[in-house]
Design a protein around this ligand. Structure first.
Ligand code: AMP
Ligand code: MG
Length: 192
C-alpha cells in the first residue's frame, strides 16, 4: 500500500513550518513516524550546488524556467522518500514571482507526489504582515495586506485545482495569533 502523503501550504510568514513542526513533535512522542520534507530546502540545495543563489529567498526571483527545472528535480527527490514512511511536504500552493504566480505543484510535480491531502494554512493579511515584519531570519516580501489576501485567494484556487487533478482533499486550517495550538490540533486530526 502507498504511504500517505500530506502537503502543507501557506503564504510566506503564515507559520506553516512552525505548525507542521509542532504537529511532528506530538506525533513522534506518540510513536507515529512521519518524515517531514521542506520542498524549498531541497530546491535550495540544488540551486546552491549550481551557484545560482546564496539565500533561499532569492529563489523565487530566478527566471521561471530555472525555478521549474529545479522544482521538477525536487519533486522527483521527494517522491523517492515516500517509499518507506508517510511524508509531510512543507511547501507553497503558489509562489509569488516577479513574473506572476508560479504554481507550486504543476502537473508534472503532482504526478510525482500523488498527494492524499493538501492543507492550506491561513490567517488574516494583517497578522501575516506583522509576522513578516517580525521575522528577522528571512528576507520576507513586505507587501500590502490586500496583496497578501490576493495571494491567499490564488493559493485556494490552485490548491483546489490540485485536488481536482489528483482526488486529494483540500483542508483549510487557521493559524491565528495566540491560537497556534488549535491549528496544531486540527492538523494532527488529519495526520493520525
Ligand atoms: P520556504 O522556506 O517554504 O519559504 O521556501 C523557500 C523558497 O523555496 C520559496 O520562496 C520558493 O522560492 C521555493 N519553493 C518552495 N516550494 C516550492 C514549490 N513547490 N515550487 C516552487 N518553488 C518552491
Ligand atoms: Mg515555511
Amino acid at each position: 500500500m502507498k504511504n500517505k502523503l500530506v502537503v502543507v501550504t501557506g503564504v510566506p510568514g503564515v507559520g506553516g513550518t512552525t505548525l507542521t513542526q509542532k504537529a511532528m513533535d506530538v506525533l513522534k512522542e506518540e510513536g507515529i513516524n512521519y518524515k517531514m520534507v521542506n520542498f524549498g530546502t531541497i530546491m535550495f540545495e540544488v540551486a546552491k550546488s549550481e551557484n545560482l543563489i546564496e539565500d533561499r529567498d532569492q529563489m523565487r526571483k530566478l527566471d521561471p524556467d530555472t525555478q521549474k527545472r529545479i522544482q521538477k528535480m525536487a519533486g522527483r527527490k521527494i517522491s523517492e522518500m515516500t517509499a518507506d514512511s508517510p511524508v509531510i511536504v512543507d511547501t507553497h500552493s503558489t509562489v509569488k514571482t516577479p513574473m506572476g504566480y508560479l504554481p507550486g505543484l504543476p502537473k508534472w510535480v503532482l504526478d510525482e507526489l500523488n498527494p492524499d491531502i493538501i492543507v492550506i494554512v491561513e490567517t488574516t493579511g494583517d497578522e501575516i504582515l506583522m509576522r513578516r515584519i517580525g521575522d528577522g531570519s528571512r528576507n520576507r516580501d513586505l507587501e500590502s495586506t490586500g496583496n497578501i489576501e490576493e495571494h491567499q485567494f490564488m493559493n485556494r484556487c490552485a490548491a483546489m485545482t490540485y485536488g481536482v487533478l489528483t482526488g486529494a482533499t483540500v483542508k483549510i486550517i487557521k493559524n491565528k495569533d495566540k491560537l497556534l495550538e488549535e491549528g496544531v490540533e486540527e492538523l494532527l486530526s488529519i495526520l493520525k
